[in-house]
Design a protein around this ligand. Structure first.
Ligand code: HEM
Length: 290
């Protein structure tokens, strides 16, 4: 079983040309298995979540009914990225499983939209948002260890409530960065192999071997994204995560959801004008988390 398809170059050299397409099905089945095992675990085996420390009534009283979570800019970015990501996945993989159409043009256009939106996101997250909010911190790592020991039956203290993002979301974001940047960097070079509006076609930019490896990396990261996106959509639809999903549509999460899962000390309520200006007055005096 070969994970890569090989061909012979005009100079007689054996070169990779792309991934073996059965890997698409491996990714789909791996994604489905993950969803199934997770759903069974949550339904039949998972214990009720327990967190350390209760929020004092004085702090709880200062939390508004609607806690701002995603600015309008961040939400627009998310949904543009989602649309381009789905377009890329369908245009890339439908033709490989028998649905034929002129996919390349739609694919590179969606690729260009994704590339521009990611460049925008990096600038926005670095200079206008709390850059460190999405990276694991020491409390996350300590609590991951505690949660593991507790699930093995050891008497460890319960974990703290989450900051803005639970550790799982931070790790997922890391995986998306790795797969997403791999497709983007290789994809931008691969645009030299086809006709686009950006630069003249130049299939001689790299050697056959380098092109081949680039196509393989693009394909591997691409099939990885099939499984990652399936997991993302699944979690977004799960009933216990709906508070988070709704916040990506409306910009805020409910006070109850916030107090149940999040620690106001680790994620202070933003005194933001968006999504609802009226809250600005009510959250006066609370920290602006950027
Ligand atoms: C979700 C992300 C993406 C997935 C799943 C994906 C997947 C794929 C796959 C499977 C192919 C066929 C490659 C082959 O035959 O070996 C392909 C081709 C291509 N991709 Fe992507 N891609 C993604 C993102 C991008 C991005 C961001 C760009 C541009 C910036 C891009 C540009 C291209 C181009 C130009 C080709 C055509 C190459 C050719 O036919 O010679 N892709 N992509």
């Amino acid at each position: 079983m070969d994970f890569v398809k090989w061909a012979t170059s005009p100079w007689g050299q054996s070169v990779p040309i792309h991934i073996a397409w059965f890997l698409i099905w491996v990714a789909v089945i791996a994604g489905l298995l993950f969803l199934l095992v997770h759903a069974i675990y949550v339904r039949y085996f998972a214990k009720v979540k327990e967190f350390a420390g209760n929020v004092s009534p004085a702090v709880a009283a200062r939390i508004p009914e609607q806690v701002p979570r995603h600015s309008l800019t961040a939400r627009i970015f998310h949904w543009i990225m989602a649309a381009s990501m789905f377009t890329l996945l369908f245009t890339a993989f439908l033709p490989r499983v028998g649905v034929q159409f002129p996919w390349v043009t739609y694919h590179w256009i969606a690729g260009a939209v994704l590339t521009v939106s990611i460049i925008f996101h990096i600038i926005h997250a670095s200079f206008f948002m709390d850059f460190w909010a999405i990276w694991p911190d020491r409390i996350d790592l300590r609590d991951a260890w505690r949660r593991t020991l507790r699930s093995a039956g050891r008497a460890e203290p319960p974990p703290d409530k989450f900051a803005k993002y639970p550790l799982e979301n931070k790790l997922y974001h890391g995986a998306i960065i790795a797969a997403g940047l791999s497709t983007i960097v290789t994809g931008v070079f691969m645009m030299f192999r086809v006709r686009t509006v950006f630069f003249p076609r130049n299939p001689y930019l790299f050697s056959d071997m380098t092109w081949g490896m680039m196509y393989v990396l693009h394909g591997l990261a691409g099939v990885g994204l099939i499984a990652l996106i399936m997991m993302h959509v699944y979690f977004g639809l799960r009933p216990e995560k709906r508070g988070i999903t709704k916040s990506m549509i409306f910009g805020w999460m409910s006070r109850d959801f916030y107090l149940e899962e999040h620690d106001p000390a680790r994620w202070p309520v933003e005194a933001s004008a968006s999504p609802s200006r009226s809250q600005g007055a009510r959250t006066e005096g609370l920290t602006d988390a950027g």
